[in-house]
Design a protein around this ligand. Structure first.
Ligand code: SF4
Length: 227
């Protein structure tokens, strides 16, 4: 995670907050939601006049998204709260093979196959979990929408102009969750979003086993940092 070197003090501070809160309040959905909401108040603002990102665009929702387990659990809780679990269980079942592929594939596979995120509403190109989307999604931005379109339609890696430090300053909260969970002795890494949620939906007991410190997520799912 060399790209995060200059953010190390911020990551350590946020990670300490996660670790202490879980020790004090317990590893519960409430604790994780509380931390997520708190970190949202710490994010540097999105400069809408300068960024070319807009609702219904959705090109970047066809790229690989990395999450900490904490963020995945916050999304699961959101689906339960909004009575959407069943809907996504069905969607996951129709994607069974593609889910396994998503877990192990690099960004190039997503681009070549134009694979949408599990949570992208196809008709509107809107995110269905917008309130609780991962920090990776909250960090991604473009200074040139045309480049996003070109990469999407050409199905090829395209350099998207952005502010790398701005991106890292938002992604770092995912890394903070990742490090704190590891310090608590839990299996922790940056996992691919759709396949991780898919696994948890298909096997609800997995969350309980993970919270007991078991290594329930295949290590092939992990990578070394947010995509
Ligand atoms: S979680 Fe939402 S914002 Fe993030 S890639 Fe999926 S649809 Fe897009």
């Amino acid at each position: 995670m060399k790209q995060f070197d200059r953010f190390r003090p911020y990551i350590e501070s946020a990670s300490r907050i996660v670790f202490d809160s879980i020790k004090l309040r317990g590893l519960t959905y409430n604790t994780l939601n509380y931390l997520y909401r708190y970190f949202l108040t710490q994010l540097p603002p999105f400069t809408e006049e300068e960024f070319h990102c807009a609702p219904g665009c959705g090109y970047c929702c066809h790229l690989r998204v990395s999450v900490s387990v904490a963020e995945a659990l916050i999304i699961l809780d959101y689906l339960r709260e909004h009575d959407q679990r069943h809907q996504y269980e069905e969607r996951v079942n129709t994607l069974r093979e593609s889910l396994a592929q998503r877990a192990v594939s690099a960004n190039s596979w997503w681009l070549e196959n134009s694979v949408p995120c599990l949570f992208l509403e196809q008709k509107t190109a809107l995110c269905t979990i917008y309130e609780v989307r991962p920090f990776t999604c909250r960090a991604y931005h473009s200074l040139n929408r045309q480049r996003c379109e070109t990469g999407f339609f050409d199905r090829a890696e395209t350099a998207i102009p952005c502010y790398p430090d701005f991106k890292r300053s938002r992604e770092l909260y995912s890394v903070a969750f990742e490090l704190a969970l590891a310090e608590l002795g839990l299996q922790s890494a940056q996992f691919e979003l759709s396949s991780t949620i898919g696994l948890f939906l298909q096997t609800p007991d997995l969350v309980h086993h993970w919270a007991q410190g078991e290594r329930v997520l295949p290590s092939i799912l992990s990578d070394s940092g947010p995509a």
